[in-house]
Design a protein around this ligand. Structure first.
Ligand code: OGA
Ligand code: NI
Length: 345
């Protein structure tokens, strides 16, 4: 519990254990202008569906990242969600102590830094609240009891966010030419909520809130609030994701890259800190259940475009992914097919 950054950040300079090696340090940061990720208005799907599909597909192929506006999740739901999660992190430590755990198998927990505080080489400037959202009626009983409206507000956000995720997956299904409803069943059954809290940091140039990584799941919907901090790695450069009012950030995870046989990109991203204000983000990580089989969609592979990955259970992938501490290509390595095996007979 004492390890949570929010517990001690305003009493100390940046501890040495939070300083990243020189090659991963963010250095001098500027608020992004110019280059940023695509913004897609989903409301237009009602008028011109094929154009919306094209926009979502292009963004997923080129960036693996985009923002959505006119997405159907109301401003009230977004504001309530951000407010209740900010309130959670502001509560006195005693109120949160029962949720703190360093056991990754706990279904609802508050922890800090990244995958494993005890074994990581250096730490990250982040506290995290993480819990399952499926099956909702079972999990909700384990969610935080305070703030008292947490469960109601987050129930609504998770249901609406999931619906939005499925809408985007259906647009991608059509865009890729997969059979309708491809992602509707097992592949998108599960969901995790991850609320990230990055307190103001004494030296944002030396540390990271979250290291460079790709999400392991199918698709992620992120409410990033008003404060800049998310960056996407594209063509050898970091580009900032500009906070836009009422927008949600969407990114393609490894599972979707694999199912699409590399037609969609799982982009690397990271979070940087700032010295002025705390930044809070709320992510919904849509994935298959852990026993589901993940493999390139059969209708996207043929003799000319052989499958690039073998079939595997999602839980097998997850445990390998976490053991690789987020290294993108290494995490995919054991699931890739060698060239000669990937030719369909
Ligand atoms: C994540 C993530 C980005 C952010 O939680 O996987 O990429 O800006 N978060 O908090
Ligand atoms: Ni991420």
């Amino acid at each position: 519990m004492e390890r949570l950054v929010s517990n001690w950040y305003n009493h100390r300079p940046l501890p040495e254990s939070y300083i990243c090696p020189p090659e991963t340090r963010p250095g001098k940061l500027s608020i992004p202008s110019g280059d940023t990720i695509p913004v897609v208005s989903l409301g237009e799907a009602l008028i011109n569906r094929s154009n919306t599909i094209l926009n979502v597909l292009r963004a997923s192929q080129e960036f693996g990242f985009f923002q959505v506006v006119n997405h159907g999740v109301s401003e009230k739901v977004l504001n309530d969600t951000m407010n209740v999660v900010e309130e959670f992190f502001k509560m006195p430590m005693e109120e949160k102590a029962s949720l703190y755990s360093e056991d990754p198998n706990k279904v609802c927990r508050l922890y800090t830094s990244n995958i494993n505080y005890g074994t990581e080489k250096y730490h990250f400037w982040r506290d995290i609240l993480k819990h399952h959202c499926h099956p909702l009626d079972d999990c909700i009983k384990l969610w935080p009891q305070k703030p008292t409206r947490y469960r109601d507000v987050i129930r609504t956000f998770s249901v609406e966010g999931k619906k939005l995720g499925l809408t985007i997956l259906e647009l991608l299904t059509e865009g890729l030419g997969l059979e309708s409803g491809y992602f509707k069943k097992d592949l998108s059954e599960a969901m995790l909520l991850v609320a990230n809290h990055y307190p103001p940091c004494p030296d944002p140039s030396l540390t990271l809130g979250l290291p460079k990584h790709c999400d392991p799941n199918l698709i992620t919907i992120l409410l990033q609030g008003h404060t800049f901090g998310l960056q996407v790695f594209k063509d050898g450069q970091w580009i900032g994701v500009q906070p836009l009012p009422n927008a949600l950030v969407v990114n393609i995870g490894h599972q979707l890259r694999i199912v699409s046989n590399n037609k969609l990109k799982s982009a690397e991203h990271r979070a940087v800190t700032n010295s002025k204000v705390a930044r809070t983000t709320v992510g919904l990580f849509i994935s298959s259940s852990e026993d589901s089989i993940i493999e390139p969609a059969k209708s996207l592979t043929n003799a000319a475009q052989p499958p690039l990955y073998r079939a595997f259970r999602y839980k097998e992938f997850l445990s390998y992914y976490f053991s690789m501490m987020g290294d993108t290509e290494l995490a995919l390595q054991p699931f890739k097919l060698p060239f000669n095996q990937s030719v369909i007979s």
